[in-house]
Design a protein around this ligand. Sequence first.
Ligand code: AMP
Ligand code: MG
Length: 492
Amino acid sequence: MNTWLDLDYVQIFQTLPDTLYSPVTPQALSNPFMVGYSPACAQLIGLDPNTLNQDTTLKLLSGQSLLSNWQPIAMKYTGHQFGYYNPDLGDGRGVLLTQVKHDDTIWDLHLKGAGLTPYSRQGDGRAVLRSSIREFLCSEALAALNVPTSRALCVVGTDTPVYREQVETGATVMRISESHIRFGHFEYCSFTQQTDLLKTLCDHTIKHHFSDLLHKTNENIYAEFFRAVLTRTAKLMAQWQSIGFAHGVMNTDNMSIIGDTFDFGPFAFLDDYDPSFICNHSDHQGRYAFNQQPNIANWNLAVLAQALLPLVDKESLVTILDTYPAIFEQYFLENMARKLGLTGDALHHKNIIEQTLHMMKNCKLDFSYFFRKLADIHQTKTHQHLRDMCLDINAFDDWFDQYQHALAHNNQALNSNHDTARKARMNQVNPKYILRNYLAQNAIKAAQNGDNSQVQQLFEVLQNPFDEQPEFEEYAQLPPEWGKTLEISCSS
Ligand code: AMP
Ligand code: MG
């Protein structure tokens, strides 16, 4: 295991034309301290996790020092925000410090909150402690839930004040991802009519992130590239919808081209199941409501398709775009069938999946809690417990008949010797522990009062979301009423 000095640094993004970035130097923050760190993420890049406790890490991740073989840059991109094109975007407060090669994978090391860049516009280039903690916890929690996501190595707090609605603690988060290239990068190249640049960026992205396409010599490779992005995006949406994750700001500049969950703002994991839940309080129209996410991804893919028009004929793009709903539905039904413990062709389970979600909505059942408990519904006391939680008992009873029928039809009737195996399967996909807003909020409050232990503790519980972890039962409880109505500030 390596220290920072021993890692294999490469600067792959800088092989691209410099219209895509500007060299920058991070602006140092003062008196840095460690707030939370992910040993698992350190291992991804080959860094010895013990290094994270050392002073060198604090210096590097607060912008106080740089390694000589790093060449930090801010990336230029554009994007559609809330449906409107914004030509002025770019890394306004994040810096791609360097890239690291480990075990044949190249990882971007991106420091968020590192100071002003040419793309900062009116912003201060900084990030506050609360949003940095949220990004850290959520990235690592999603990874443990097997959802593709950018990762977070650690959160560093500082005593540099940052001004939002009030004075707050400035912080940085070290984001790690195989790519920071967004849909918005392609929009930038295309909408500024830099077709050569667009082609070069596509070639770069294919070479590093979609290399299996290089063997497809008969096809238009850029059309196949679009198809691959669409497939990854559909798969990601199906995962968000089946885990109950609301992103909140699905602007095209926050869409990762490699299909990661990317750029964490006012996200939330669902508490009570309300399909039209809006986690972003400045989203008055509900453009990014929970149940809109798959459609918005489709809309964002249409924007990407438009950006690729100089390289691919329109008919091919439209034909590929039209495949999105069916691809999404297939992945979604597969995930949901697994959550219900059903096996075989997921399409056969469409009815019971829809009936379950309908009942959950009418009964206002907690999304994750319900699915986790469902694995034990063959036990009278669990059945009774879930029934008691329902606002509409009749709806629950009707649904339970249908669910029993679906299981029997699937050759695994309730109260048979299939119960144990079904429960084991369901517990692998229905997490017991999720990053509820109120849990994050409690950890943030403690950190703002100088106690960082709760951030690390919560991080550790969320590392094993599918395990029972009886010593952490309190983290698996239903949220308190105040926790369901928390308004997460959109300033970050
Ligand atoms: P976000 O809503 O975090 O995805 O940010 C949208 C755009 O605003 C991106 O180009 C960010 O780099 C930029 N931005 C957000 N916050 C700041 C800030 N405090 N200073 C400078 N730029 C920012
Ligand atoms: Mg963003």
